[in-house]
Design a protein around this ligand. Structure first.
Ligand code: KG4
Ligand code: ZN
Length: 359
């Protein structure tokens, strides 16, 4: 069937003098927080996706915005040169620039935004602004090779869990993204990071909790979460629950945190995992979908990944787990979102201004 269509198409092309559509190269720029990332896609296929991570913030226990902006400034140009080398193309072959306009740190966003605007003027090519959270979700549409099937799992429910956001959205074939639930206070990543700080672990604490949890028993402690009626989340109570539980235990054993750190981490991770899954299950009971997808930095968590696969199996829908490369902030997710937005004729001008929070 496909071959017959292809033959017909080439006949039409010959008769009309129309040549086959050329490949479309999208340059992606991500600079919303502390990672400078550049990617190049050929249509929806990734050619390269490189990131300069800023280690400087570790010593301060969190991202220092001014330092992040300065580091973006020094990383962005060498990364562009390296990306072009890796993709084996020249700058003039780039057809469009997709960049993160927000949400994020304003100084960091301004570096990527100004660079994208300047380059689009210099090359006289379209500029496409992308919402960072949409990028995390649409990362599932990236193909690694031309041989991979084109993504077709619509509609799907996406659980996006990152350092700044936690949301459940429904994504339809026209790529519209409707948020049906979100955190009313802290994000899931913040819960990991804040408790990690309480336990004396380095920033960002999520991966450290994940590692220590492997050695612990998740049933040791009971930490409470807020049971909300809709699909929203609340994580600020969990942090307080951990604080009071540990304070109480410290009366019997002042060094409980160091003595029992693996069990504390395992219990916290288990509580967060079960909470996220229970809200997703609620959404799955109401929305008929073809698949569920996981996105954002916290999607790297081993317990959440495992539980997500089990949730898909239980509900007989496909569970899409991103590779680690697409969990953390990266420019390929911005480039794919830009590629599809451009196909829908969405462009942005030079007047767009970065925003810190989702509107
Ligand atoms: O999406 P992301 O890279 O940046 C934001 O846009 O926020 O997410 C960063 C968050 C941090 O809170 C970090 O602790 C968390 O992702 N994270 C993890 C793991 N790896 C990263 N949390 C739990 N387990 C992990 N393995
Ligand atoms: Zn992110």
């Amino acid at each position: 069937m496909w071959d017959a269509n292809k033959q017909l198409a080439s006949k039409i092309m010959l008769n009309t003098g129309y040549t086959e559509k050329e490949d479309f190269f999208t340059l992606g720029i991500e600079s919303s927080c502390d990672d400078t990332s550049i990617a190049i896609l050929k249509n929806d296929v990734k050619l390269c996706n490189i990131t300069a991570t800023q280690k400087i913030h570790e010593q301060f226990g969190g991202v220092v915005p001014e330092m992040a902006s300065r580091q973006h400034l020094s990383h962005i140009l060498p990364l562009i040169h390296e990306a072009l080398k890796l993709a084996n193309i020249t700058l003039i072959q780039i057809n469009a620039i997709a960049y993160t306009l927000g949400p994020g740190l304003i100084g960091s966003l301004l570096i990527g935004t100004s660079f994208a605007k300047g380059l689009s003027v210099a090359l006289n090519i379209p500029l496409i602004e992308v919402n960072h959270m949409d990028g995390h979700i649409l990362a599932h549409l990236i193909r690694e090779t031309e041989k991979d099937p084109v993504f077709n799992e619509f509609p799907f429910l996406c659980l996006t869990v990152s350092g700044g956001h936690t949301q459940i959205s429904i994504v339809k074939e026209d790529l519209s993204i409707d948020i049906i639930g979100r955190t009313i206070d802290d994000a899931a990543g913040e819960a990991f990071d804040k408790v990690a700080k309480m336990l004396g672990l380095p920033y960002p604490g999520g991966p450290h909790i994940d590692r220590l949890a492997q050695l612990g028993d998740p049933s040791t402690y009971h930490f409470s979460t807020s049971n909300l009626n809709n699909y929203d989340f609340s994580f600020s109570g969990l942090k307080t629950s951990v604080l009071y539980t540990l304070k109480k235990k410290q009366q019997e054993n002042p060094s409980i945190v160091t003595d029992d750190i693996s069990n504390i981490c395992a219990s916290l991770q288990d509580t967060i995992t079960k909470y996220l899954m229970s809200q997703m299950q609620k959404a799955l009971s109401e929305y008929k979908v073809k698949a569920i997808a996981l996105a954002g930095g916290v999607a790297a968590n081993s317990s959440i990944r495992k539980a997500f696969l089990a949730l898909g199996k239980k509900n007989k829908v496909q569970a899409l787990i991103p590779s680690f490369e697409y969990c953390t902030d990266n420019a390929a997710m911005i480039a794919i979102a830009g590629y599809y937005k451009r196909n829908m004729n969405e462009k942005s001008g030079l007047r767009s201004i970065p925003y810190a929070k989702n509107k």
